[in-house]
Design a protein. Structure first.
Lengths: 115, 113
């Protein structure tokens, strides 16, 4: 059974710092990996999606990497801002794709950016 | 684009009653939707995969007779929590698949008294 772990569980840093969030998964047979942002009491916003054949994806100040063989992904946030405060979730899609498999989520990293 | 809505956003009900939650893809068609549940400080857990025009596929440990799923059209899936009990209180989130991504609704907070 796939398990996704996110470290750290919580992180508080001053505004402007660069930071790294970590995600690991036990079964490397994934189709893709996705990073989401969740604000309190809200749904999820997709940030980046990395296919299993890719090594990284970038969007603005965000960069996500994937090392499928070692079961690891990182989310790098550059020049953090208070508006980045949220819970960040890592999720992997199982299987070989084509079908409609759901996602397995980690518990998330609760990020606070101090003004 | 790729907007998913849920209704209601919050619901409080008495123990023993049934509650229906709707999930709609507003600007795209989705043959497949997913239902997740999130308990406080826990990760989202996949409950079931909803397939348009066919029966839902439930994850291990999820009672199909308690959580009824209907995917009657390409833009609507419903989750009915039957005979709800306090332990069913949770945050229920749906998603709809479009190409390689899943787009999530804003969630429904269910409180069973």
């Amino acid at each position: 059974k796939q398990e996704v772990t996110q470290i750290p569980a919580a992180l508080s840093v001053p505004e402007g710092e660069n930071l790294v969030l970590n995600c690991s998964f036990t079964d490397s047979a994934i189709y893709n990996l996705q990073w989401f942002r969740q604000d309190p009491g809200k749904g999820l916003t997709s940030l980046l999606l990395i296919q299993s054949s890719q090594r990284e994806q970038t969007s603005g100040r965000l960069n996500a990497s994937l090392d499928k063989s070692s079961g690891r992904s990182t989310l790098y946030i550059a020049a953090s801002q208070p508006g980045d405060s949220a819970t960040y979730l890592c999720a992997v899609r199982r299987g070989s794709g084509g079908g409609a498999d759901g996602l397995t989520f980690g518990k998330g990293t609760h990020l606070i950016i101090q003004p | 684009g790729a907007v998913v809505s849920q209704h209601p956003s919050r619901v409080i009900c008495k123990s023993g009653t049934s509650v229906k939650i709707e999930c709609r893809s507003l600007d795209f068609q989705a043959t497949t939707m997913f239902w997740y549940r999130q308990f406080p400080k826990q990760s989202l857990m996949l409950m079931a995969t909803s397939n348009e025009g066919s029966k839902a596929t439930y994850e291990q440990g999820v009672e199909k007779d308690k959580f009824l799923i209907n995917h009657a059209s390409l833009t609507l899936s419903t989750l009915t929590v039957t005979s709800a009990h306090p332990e069913d209180s949770s945050f229920y989130i749906c998603s709809a698949r479009l190409l390689e991504s899943q787009y999530f609704g804003p969630g429904t907070r269910l409180t069973v008294l």
